[in-house]
Ligand binder design. Structure first.
Ligand code: ADP
Ligand code: MG
Length: 238
């Protein structure tokens, strides 16, 4: 598994700067959660790591490789989105196989991966179904399965649970935690939910207005917030 290193990362849209120079070192196998209010630059930061947005300034490394100019498909990174982004016309197996087929993975290897990952996620009985015939939680599992089958070095999650009801959110949170324990993939997880951040993170990165306010373990932030913003964000009840 690789570490992820951001050095002075800046994002500008034209003359408008939205991420103002982020420095962050994520260790291999670490689970880091980016939290902060809507519009503070969490998704933009994640999308730059995935290669879905160009980096305006600074250096992104994954492992020892500089990634600034590397195409998304050539990064060993898989992203799970809030809206699942499943293909409605494909069944579960084909949704999960999609990324592997793009990479010209041999057929028998694809079948083996899908079987294995379906087992891990409890999707074995649903492989022939279309997304429309699944529950919200099952769809989210398929979205995660699609990321896992690629055996990426880094997982990126952008508010993956925010479309689910509270009960399912709690359940999926536990599943994500279990998956991380089992697979040990370096993970960067974006949320605006403090409870998710506190329960999932090895370290939390609190962002505001395109900057990092504080980085620390959940207990660090809870006990020693550097300012009232962090205190309000982490300390306030959900
Ligand atoms: P978050 O995920 O924390 O809610 P985003 O990263 O989506 O925040 O957005 C950060 C800021 O960048 C916001 O002010 C948003 O309006 C702006 N932004 C995002 N995408 C674009 C774009 N394509 N063009 C211009 N501004 C954008
Ligand atoms: Mg966002």
């Amino acid at each position: 598994m690789s570490g992820v290193f951001l050095e002075g990362i800046v994002k500008r849209y034209g003359s408008l700067s939205v991420v103002h120079g982020i420095d962050l070192e994520i260790k291999p196998r670490e689970f880091v959660v980016l939290v902060g209010p809507s519009g503070c630059g969490k998704s933009t930061t994640l999308r730059m790591i995935a290669g879905l947005e160009e980096i305006s300034d600074g250096t992104l490394r994954i492992g020892d490789r500089v990634m600034n100019r590397v195409a998304p498909k050539d990064r060993d990174v898989a992203m799970v989105f809030q809206n699942y982004a499943l293909y409605p016309h494909l069944n579960v197996a084909d949704n999960m196989a999609f990324g592997l087929r793009i990479r010209k993975t041999p057929k028998d290897e694809i079948a083996k991966s899908i079987e294995e990952v379906a087992q891990i996620l409890g999707l074995t009985e649903y492989l022939e179904r279309r997304p429309a015939d699944l529950s919200g939680g099952q769809r989210q599992r398929v979205a995660m399965g699609r990321a896992i089958v690629r055996h990426p070095d880094v997982f990126l999650f952008d508010e993956p649970l925010s479309n689910l009801d509270a009960k399912l959110r709690t359940q999926m949170r536990a599943e994500i935690k279990r998956l991380h324990k089992r697979l040990g993939v370096t993970s960067i997880y974006v949320t605006h939910d403090q409870v998710e951040a506190m329960t999932l993170a090895d370290r939390i990165v609190v962002m505001a207005d395109g900057r990092i306010e504080q980085i620390g373990t959940p207990m660090d932030l809870f006990n020693n917030p550097v300012n009232t913003f962090v205190a309000g964000f982490i300390g306030s009840p959900p």
